[in-house]
Design a protein around this ligand. Structure first.
Ligand SMILES: NC(=O)C1=CN([C@@H]2O[C@H](COP(=O)(O)OP(=O)(O)OC[C@H]3O[C@@H](n4cnc5c(N)ncnc54)[C@H](OP(=O)(O)O)[C@@H]3O)[C@@H](O)[C@H]2O)C=CC1
Ligand SMILES: Nc1nc(=O)c2c([nH]1)NC[C@@H]1CN(c3ccc(C(=O)N[C@@H](CCC(=O)O)C(=O)O)cc3)C=[N+]21
Length: 296
């Protein structure tokens, strides 16, 4: 058996086209332009690449992009002041603070200082609570992108056994909430899980968000299952730097029914959902109708 490859890159392009169309209409009919502010503290090269790519795609869909690059030794006070300023700026509808932050900064405090209505990452404690209780919220971009691909592939997810490997606040936990919201039977696995291979083998939907290159082996995958690989790991192989996921793709693709590749899977969907969330935040801020199909 050879799995269907779920093309996240192509799907993301479609989502961005939908966003762009809605943005054009907003500008024409309402004279408003959605704006996204991205804050990067420090000079982590990978983060710089992501931030540049987000900025480029933001402009491509017709939104305003505001980039704030601060030195690694920025004080909490300076960062909180910037966030206060962005919270008050009517041209900014979405705010993203790139994680991880340098160690001397309290990420929880920083994230929770963002206006929840502008928290396009969905990491603010009030958005987390709203999502957990099934109320309208800002939904974290990576899990939202995964859910969109799963719904597109399966239609209804009701009754399916979903296993999420990883319990981080930014991927694993919100992913599990979304799958539960779609009536999956959800298991969350982590580093203390006993017999992870057999837990994974029970999954109709297997989401890997571990941060360990190719840890999930082919024989951990139930035949015909759908595998969503969130992992982004840079490794050296054959003298070259390569990007691989948390799943042994070559082996899993011979067993799974469908699988997302890395690169070209979840990553591009994450950025597309960030743009979708910014548009949603803008529409909510102005009490305008929200675009359909771009949030849960
Ligand atoms: N494509 C995208 O857009 C994005 C990709 N990512 C990628 O996704 C991956 C996960 O990110 P993130 O959630 O932030 O990572 P974290 O490091 O915050 O969390 C990793 C989770 O995996 C669990 N884990 C670690 N080792 C094992 C193991 N051997 N067996 C079982 N579980 C294990 C940890 O368990 P425990 O809690 O017990 O320590 C933890 O819950 C990374 O590769 C990251 O780069 C992240 C965000 C966006
Ligand atoms: N506040 C915050 N929000 C985030 O959403 C956030 C963050 N911090 N910190 C870092 C992680 C990681 N992340 C990725 C986004 C896109 C790709 C992506 O587009 N990847 C491409 C490949 C890119 C490449 O070649 O390096 C792909 O998978 O095809 C990857 C990773 C968002 N994150």
């Amino acid at each position: 058996m050879t799995a269907t490859i779920i093309d996240g890159k192509a799907f993301a392009a479609k989502v961005r086209a939908q966003v762009a169309e809605h943005v054009a209409r907003l500008r024409e009919e309402q004279g408003v332009q959605p704006g996204l502010a991205v804050v990067l503290v420090g000079e982590d090269p990978a983060s710089q690449v992501y931030v540049a790519s987000k900025g480029k795609q933001t402009v491509e869909v017709g939104m305003a992009s505001f980039e704030h690059k601060l030195p690694a030794d920025t004080s909490e006070e300076v960062l909180l002041n910037l966030i206060r300023q962005l919270n008050a700026d009517p041209n900014v509808h979405g705010i993203l603070v790139q994680l991880p932050l340098p160690g001397h900064l309290n990420s929880e405090l920083v994230i929770n200082s963002i206006d929840p209505a502008k928290d396009v990452d969905g990491f603010h404690i009030s958005n987390v609570g709203l999502l957990g209780t099934g109320q309208k919220s800002m939904v974290p971009c990576t899990p939202l992108g995964c859910l969109m691909m799963l719904r597109d592939h399966h239609g209804s997810l009701a009754g399916m056994n979903a296993v999420v490997v990883g319990r981080s606040n930014i991927v694993g936990k919100p992913m599990a909430q979304l799958l539960l919201g779609d009536s999956c039977t959800v298991t969350i696995a982590h580093s203390r899980t006993r017999d992870l291979p057999s837990v994974c083998r029970g999954a109709d939907i297997l989401v890997a968000a571990v941060g360990r290159p190719e840890m999930i082996k082919g024989d951990w995958v139930k035949p015909g299952a759908t595998v969503i690989d969130v992992g982004i790991n840079r490794i050296e192989r054959d003298g070259k730097t390569r990007l691989v996921g948390d799943v042994d793709f070559a082996a899993a693709a011979t067993v799974a029914g469908a699988i997302t590749p890395v690169p070209g899977g979840v990553g591009p969907m994450t950025i597309a959902c960030l743009l979708a969330n910014t548009l949603t935040a803008c529409c909510r801020a102005l009490a305008l109708p929200e675009p359909k199909g771009l949030t849960v």
